[in-house]
Write a protein that binds this ligand. Structure first.
Ligand code: HEC
Length: 219
């Protein structure tokens, strides 16, 4: 009897311990999904960094080819001169208006970096069919847009190196290199900084009766 009780206790203890042990096992796999292939990852990995153009793909495009593509795929919304159609955004124009009462934010008035143009158009345009353009087509459209803003000659091809080297007019209109406000001084106390008890310098609050003084509280 004694012995079987002991066995029962051991069994009970095991029963309590088992679910805990089960939690330590790796999560059950359900067999869903497959590891992403290099090709699939490359399809997502399309970001191009504005300031230095990191991620710009090989390829090149011409202003002439860009004009044809823009008229066919972009002008319906952005206008034949990239001036915007209806309520769709204008892409070129309004340089020098940022400080005015009617600031117009476009590629040549506002955007700081040429490579961002590549990133945005390749990723997001044309509006109804994003990522349908080839790299060469995007370079061509970027070349045409820059040419519309007098920022790129009509007879020169645009590629990664030349887009990186290009300086847009508002390049220095953004604050970079950190917060321009003065830093907290290194010796500024941030915790337990009180050296003496606080002193009441005016009794106005007490006279108005909104903050009872020590004496009043004692009365
Ligand atoms: C169906 C209309 C439509 C078409 C076609 C279209 N776009 Fe756009 N585009 C838009 C809209 C809408 C926005 C604003 C999107 C937003 O702010 O989210 C935009 C934004 C942009 C911008 C960013 C403007 C800015 O300064 O913020 C660029 C650059 C651009 N489009 C280029 C193109 C190019 C190049 C094509 C052709 C390959 C194209 N778009 C075709 C509707 C269109």
């Amino acid at each position: 009897m004694f012995r079987s009780l002991k066995i029962l206790a051991i069994l009970l203890a095991l029963g309590l311990a088992l679910p805990v042990a089960a939690q330590d096992k790796p999560a059950k796999r359900f067999g869903f999904g497959t590891p992403a292939t290099t090709e699939q990852i490359a399809g997502w990995n399309i970001d191009v960094r504005g300031p230095d153009g990191a991620g710009l793909p090989p390829g090149k495009g011409s202003v002439a080819a860009g004009e044809e593509l823009f008229m066919a795929q972009c002008a319906a919304c952005h206008g034949e001169f990239a001036e915007g159609a209806g309520r769709y955004p204008e892409l070129i124009g309004g340089r020098g208006t940022l400080k005015s009462d009617d600031p117009r934010k476009t590629i040549d008035s506002y955007w700081p970096h040429g490579p961002s143009l590549y990133d945005y158009i390749y990723r997001a345009m044309p509006f109804g069919a994003p990522q349908s353009l080839t790299h060469d087509e995007v370079y061509s459209i970027v070349a045409w847009l820059l040419n519309q803003g007098d920022l790129w000659p009509a007879d020169k091809d645009l590629d990664a190196a030349s887009l990186k080297a290009l300086k847009l007019p508002n390049r220095d209109g953004f604050i970079t290199g950190g917060d321009p406000r003065p830093d907290v001084k290194p010796d500024t106390c941030m915790t337990n900084c009180r050296t003496a008890p606080p002193k009441i310098t005016s009794d106005l609050a007490a006279r108005l009766g909104v903050t009872p003084t020590q004496q009043k509280a004692a009365d």
